[in-house]
Design a binder for this molecule. Structure first.
Ligand SMILES: Cc1cc2nc3c(=O)[nH]c(=O)nc-3n(C[C@H](O)[C@H](O)[C@H](O)COP(=O)(O)OP(=O)(O)OC[C@H]3O[C@@H](n4cnc5c(N)ncnc54)[C@H](O)[C@@H]3O)c2cc1C
Length: 454
């Protein structure tokens, strides 16, 4: 009997894995099992009122080719960001500060612009200059916390007011726990190969092109278009919704996928679910690996989307939003001026804002939707006094949203992957916790997982 290949989880990782399985095994059946009533996972676009309101991610990094390549294969045309909206503000102590020119991945490279910025105090700017004199702190084989590294080189002020909001936002993480090797490995190279991180970053800067392509892309109907196009393209993949997988059991030459009182005998399985789910599923097969996966933490997050009538909120159209350093009286971590950042075709006039809540170490989902909306309205009114109420608003709750890459993550994952290949070659792991949380990283890992299947 021809047994199918099974993918567990229908987020971008699972869909990309199903797509790759279809290509690699054209004669085999591919079945995708998804616990909920929809595929897409964290990718979710609300178009109910004619606007494009993203509930999860809003963009794909163009520089990493995998997601661009996948979207092209399923016939999508990318949409770049609005070229006149560049960079974000930092909102600190009730004031907006532009991010100083030359700051790249949280690292200042334009000293004049740093000195001119009012975001930092003079002692803070002076401390940042230590980078020119300090010896390297990193050792070739050692991972360190990103915060520890940056605090050593630039001081607390640059980290707390600039680098942390820019870098940890991507992971909703705590910069003092995040692994440098897993998140920004290039920093170690900059430190070890140059006289200072600033000078080495400057030396490596590429000359500016006159009309650069936007760094980030989406699609005219938002990111869920990628999910819809994949589903439409993968006619040979059987999608089963509301099918939560309980666990996997090894068989003599394959894997048994257990779903309530049903089971599927599979030739191979790609597990494309969050780490805590994958760990639970392989607990019997591979208890040591399962324990490592179950230890990976995921903070809860909330995204609030709000649509305002034209002229009712004074958001600028030359910036993409603002980042909020940790400070008393403001729980919002960032906000995107969606209607300035993206010119989605065919949407009605109006201003669209998305605000982000939830940091590592705080559980924002203890608040009900109404409490979250009250908090948002209070904070947005303190940021934009006189703002009118929105025409439409929605709370997106993300339970256990983003895996935290803590110090030692890369090595842990290398050990997990090698143990899985050794103990259970018919099961491969994919998902945001393995080799990167970005959508292109998820696609790359999913394709690799399919290649690893025995
Ligand atoms: C608010 C937010 C903003 C983000 N912004 C960006 C951005 O702008 N750009 C970017 O590149 N990345 C961004 N990310 C990260 C990116 O969206 C995610 O890392 C990525 O979408 C994760 O995809 P995934 O398929 O690995 O996991 P998920 O999307 O979590 O999918 C996992 C799927 O598995 C299913 N599942 C779980 N358990 C079971 C089970 N037992 N049986 C069957 N199915 C199961 C779930 O229902 C879900 O559909 C953001 C993330 C969040 C939360």
């Amino acid at each position: 009997m021809n047994r199918p290949y099974v993918v567990v989880g229908g987020g971008i990782s699972g869909l990309a894995a199903a797509h790759a399985l279809m290509d690699k095994f054209p004669k085999s059946e591919v079945v995708l099992l998804e616990a909920s009533h929809r595929v897409g996972g964290k990718i979710l676009t609300d178009r109910s009122h004619g606007y494009v309101l993203e509930g999860g991610p809003d963009s794909i990094l163009r520089r990493k080719p995998e997601a661009m390549d996948l979207s092209q294969q399923v016939g999508l045309t990318p949409l770049g960001t609005n070229p006149s909206a560049r960079g974000a503000f930092i909102y600190y102590r009730q004031k907006f500060f532009p991010i100083p020119a030359g700051v790249q991945a949280g690292i200042p490279t334009d000293i004049k612009a740093l000195l001119a910025s009012r975001l930092l105090s003079w002692p803070g700017k002076f401390r940042a200059g230590f980078d020119f004199f300090l010896p390297a702190m990193t050792k070739p084989d050692q991972d360190v916390a990103l915060g520890r590294f940056l605090r050593y080189r630039f001081g607390d002020e640059v980290v707390d007011r600039l680098a942390a909001p820019m870098l940890s936002g991507i992971y909703a993480g705590d910069i003092d726990q995040m692994s440098m090797e897993a998140t920004f490995p290039q920093f170690k190279q900059l430190e070890r190969e140059g006289r200072s991180v600033v000078l080495e970053s400057r030396r490596r800067q590429r000359p500016r092109t006159p009309n650069p392509e936007s760094l980030f892309v989406s699609f005219p109907g938002g990111l869920e278009s990628l999910i819809e196009a994949l589903v439409a393209y993968m006619t040979r993949v059987e999608l089963r919704y509301q099918t939560p997988v309980d666990r996997l059991e090894p068989t003599a030459d394959g894997v048994r996928v257990m779903i309530g009182n049903q089971q599927i005998e599979a030739q191979g399985v790609v597990l494309a679910v969050p780490a805590f789910e994958a760990g639970r599923m392989i607990q019997e097969m591979s208890p040591m690996t399962a324990n490592v996966l179950e230890e990976i933490t995921y903070p809860n997050l909330a995204v609030i989307g709000a649509v305002y009538a034209p002229g009712s909120i004074p958001i600028p159209d030359h910036k993409t939003g603002f980042l909020v350093p940790h400070q008393p009286g403001m729980r919002m971590t960032a906000a995107t001026y969606v209607s300035s950042k993206w010119h989605y075709p065919g949407v009605p006039d109006g201003h669209v804002v998305r605000a982000f809540y939830g940091r590592s170490g705080e559980d924002v989902l203890k608040l009900s939707d109404n409490e979250l909306l009250d908090l948002y309205h209070r904070e947005i009114a303190s940021t934009f006094p006189g703002v009118d109420g929105p025409l439409y608003q929605r709370v997106f709750r993300h339970t256990r949203a983003i895996p935290q890459y803590q110090v030692g993550h890369v090595r842990k994952m290398q050990a997990v992957l090698s143990q899985m290949r050794h103990e259970s070659p018919q099961v491969a792991l994919a998902g945001a916790y393995v080799e990167g949380v970005g959508i292109p990283d998820c696609v790359r890992r999913a394709r690799q997982a399919v290649q690893e299947l025995g």
